[in-house]
Design a protein around this ligand. Structure first.
Ligand code: GYM
Length: 172
């Protein structure tokens, strides 16, 4: 963020508009990864730098309290790298755990963009914010709002996902 941001209450991360009654059904289906933020010099964004774009597909598992997250990452060299994670739901909470990553906690926050969600991933005191949208294109004000919120929460390094190449096919 290279402009002056006066941080105020509107920049705080909030989960207040997350519909807990519908949870998690409102998050099923297709998502696009648009931006990420991390503390300066944390290296937490390095993993995303070779990426051109990533589409996600979220579905209920046949097992209770589990969700299947599939992704197909378009790498800048043109290749497609499919990925899959199992997320574990915990009772009434909107907090998620990742199978195979016992120290990773994922929290959900709302975005100014109503068709978006912000995820906060924390693992061993390192955390980062991730912005996902139902649409691959987002108005500038929503990307800027994400960056301002991130900046004001101490995540001073941000990365926008370039999306210069086509999306890789997503098997559903
Ligand atoms: O390829 C790197 C990737 O972005 C790393 O991030 C993750 O592995 C987190 C999974 C992202 C899931 C995106 C789906 C959109 C959010 C839906 C929220 C679901 C809550 C039940």
């Amino acid at each position: 963020v290279d402009l002056l941001v006066v941080c105020d209450i509107n920049h705080r991360l909030s989960a207040s508009s997350i519909n807990r009654t519908e949870f998690p059904s409102q998050y099923m289906g297709r998502w696009y990864f648009l931006a990420a933020a991390a503390p300066a010099d944390s290296q937490a964004l390095e993993t995303f730098k070779p990426m051109d774009n990533t589409a996600f597909w979220v579905q209920e598992s046949t097992e209770n309290e589990k969700l299947v997250f599939r992704a197909n990452v378009r790498v800048k060299d043109g290749s497609c790298v499919p990925r899959k994670w199992i997320y574990l739901l915990s009772g009434d909470s909107t907090e998620l755990r990742t199978e195979g990553h016992p120290d990773r906690v994922t929290e959900l926050f709302s975005s100014k963009c109503t068709q978006c969600v912000i995820l906060k991933e924390t693992e061993n005191s390192i955390s980062r914010l991730l912005l996902y949208s139902r649409s691959p294109q987002l108005e500038r004000e929503f990307v800027e709002d994400f960056k301002e919120k991130a900046f004001c929460e101490g995540y001073k390094e941000t990365l926008e996902i370039p999306q210069k190449l086509e999306y890789c096919p997503l098997d559903t």
